[in-house]
Ligand binder design. Structure first.
Ligand code: FAD
Ligand code: MG
Length: 331
């Protein structure tokens, strides 16, 4: 009996006395944004993650003349590998969101100067002309119609986060956190067993509006405050409504999507920002489990889907009473 007790004590000590895995972190600049990676355990996985992200960037960038997407847009090659994979995921999200996400919006993104930094407001005739080249449903059999071009920027960082998580899992990492620009992914839980707390940016200030507790989930935000310019007192941001050709103006200031599929979360954060609260809430209701959402309206109201009720908390200038819950059973 005493021997059993001693063995039990030894096992207990092994479990509680083994040193906590060491935290390793790194920062890199890729996909035109700062990326932060943090893992517990195997440090070497950081370098291979950075390599993987750089490889994906060189395939998926619309502006890099050596990328697969650039070659496809300039009709010098068909699409294969990760670029094809991302395109097919994006097409699914386009269908799910009635074309609010549309990778063929690129001629408009270019005209507004969002990838070049040479910002301008195109006139109505130019926008009407460019809209004729837009339409994901025209992209059949993987050939681009005359004048059409694609941009995977609305889903590429989410896809990159999924691929990095895959690599971490393969290498035996069970706990880690990454932030690829606005795209966060939390693998597992923190070494102590607590869930990860991820801040949600306040679209009206540099601070946070709240936080969400997650485990094995992406937390992705799209907002009009990320990339924009002002002309004659009007602000124009980078998320384009593929139906109008103008920056989306749906009454939302930001959309955050939480779920295990980073690519889906990234695509939906952009699409829901275009669709507006009502249409986005309907899409969430009909999709079923798989992701949750946080919407912030231009009037500073916060709406969360019911799956986040116990994991989301507000902070800063916001109060619990600013938060409304969207439920599946409700109209
Ligand atoms: P998201 O909401 O996820 O995506 C918005 C972006 O998607 C827009 O910037 C636009 O490019 C595109 N978009 C707009 N409306 C729609 C729509 N309705 N449907 C689909 N797509 C839409 N930026 C540079 O300035 N120079 C670069 O060289 C450059 N290289 C990049 C390379 C890669 C591989 C990636 C992923 C991004 C790169 N970027 C570059 C940044 C890119 O242009 C976008 O600004 C960025 O991807 C936006 O991400 P987000 O999370 O802020 O917004
Ligand atoms: Mg996105």
């Amino acid at each position: 009996m005493r021997r059993v007790a001693a063995l039990f004590c030894a096992l207990l000590c092994l479990a509680s006395c083994s040193p906590a895995p060491k935290k390793h972190s790194s920062t890199l600049f890729a996909m035109d944004t700062v990326m932060e990676l943090q893992v517990y355990g195997d440090e070497s996985v950081l370098a291979s993650s950075a390599e993987l992200i750089k490889e994906l960037e060189s395939e998926l960038s619309a502006t890099d003349e050596h990328s697969a997407v650039y070659a496809f847009n300039h009709r010098s090659a068909g699409l294969s590998g990760p670029a094809l994979d991302v395109l097919s995921r994006a097409m699914d999200i386009s269908r799910l969101t009635g074309g609010a996400l549309d990778v063929t919006v690129y001629p408009l993104v270019l005209a507004w100067g969002f990838t070049t930094g040479q910002y301008r407001v195109p006139d109505k005739t130019e926008i009407a002309g460019l809209l004729e080249k837009v339409g994901y449903e025209k992209l059949t059999g993987l050939t681009l119609p005359e004048g059409a071009m694609i941009d995977l920027g609305a889903v590429a960082k989410g896809y990159a986060s999924d691929k990095v998580v895959e690599l971490w899992r393969e290498k035996g990492v069970t706990s880690g956190l990454m932030s690829l620009g606005g795209n966060v992914y939390a693998l597992g839980v923190k070494p102590g067993g607590d869930k990860w707390t991820v801040g949600v940016r306040d679209p009206f200030s540099d601070g946070l509006l709240g936080s969400v507790e997650v485990e094995n989930a992406a937390v992705v935000t799209s907002g009009g405050y990320e990339r924009y310019f002002e002309e004659n007192g009007v602000t124009y941001h980078h998320i384009i409504d593929p139906k109008t050709g103008y920056p989306a103006n749906s009454g939302l200031a930001s959309v955050t999507i939480v779920g295990p599929d980073g690519t889906l979360c990234d695509g939906l954060s952009t699409a829901f920002f275009v669709m507006g609260l009502d249409a986005a809430a309907e899409t969430w209701k009909s999709y079923g489990p798989g992701f949750e959402a946080i919407f912030v309206t231009d009037d500073r109201e916060i709406y969360i889907t019911e799956g986040l009720e116990s994991s989301f908390s507000v902070m800063g200038s916001y109060d619990k009473s600013d938060v409304r819950v969207i439920r599946r059973g409700q109209n």
